[in-house]
Design a protein around this ligand. Structure first.
Ligand code: ADP
Ligand code: MG
Length: 152
């Protein structure tokens, strides 16, 4: 799997921005990793790349936050609270097939609902407080191209 080491919060945001600039309607990204690993931080960058002016906050208590003021709508989901089921009741398919970009944190709880093409990013903490390792798992041609573009 392709890996990148991000040595600061800002670098993770910049990477998110670079990826966000290349996204199109219907794109789905799933982010996993422990609490504090950088999933929401990355999503802030992604929103920047989508030209969303709002401040992105973790949607833990609402499950889905929608941002409509960017180049494309962003649907930011935190599936953590779906630990005990319920993903099928959210109508996720409509978001995934829709006119915007979907980003799911803690996607293991929505695995069954995912489309064929998506980009999974695994976030890992390291011994250094400011460093995170990101592992990319692209599914489909579009995401393979995006990953190839950010790796070199
Ligand atoms: N290289 C880095 N990339 C991302 N976040 C970092 C990095 N270094 C330190 N941090 C800090 O780690 C925390 C990550 O939190 P957050 O993005 O909310 O994680 P998650 O959504 O995975 O729980 C933030 O406080 C951020 O400032
Ligand atoms: Mg988060």
């Amino acid at each position: 799997m392709e890996k990148l080491t991000m040595t600061s919060r800002e670098k993770t945001i910049d990477l998110g921005e670079k990826i966000g600039q290349q996204l199109v309607a219907g794109d789905v990204l799933v982010l996993d990793g422990d609490l504090g690993a950088g999933k929401t931080t990355f999503t802030k960058g992604l929103a920047k790349g989508l030209e969303i002016p709002d401040i992105i906050k973790s949607p833990t208590f609402t499950i889905i936050h929608e941002y409509q003021d960017g180049r494309l709508p962003l649907y930011h989901m935190d599936a953590y609270r779906l630990e005990n089921g319920g993903a099928e009741d959210l109508g996720l398919e409509e978001y995934f097939d829709g006119d915007g970009v979907s980003v799911v944190e803690w996607a293991e709880f929505v695995e069954d609902e995912l489309p064929a093409d998506f980009l999974a990013i695994h976030f890992k903490r390291t011994g250094d407080d400011d460093t995170r390792v990101l592992e990319f798992e692209p599914h489909g041609k579009h995401f393979n191209q995006i990953v190839r573009g950010v790796i070199e």
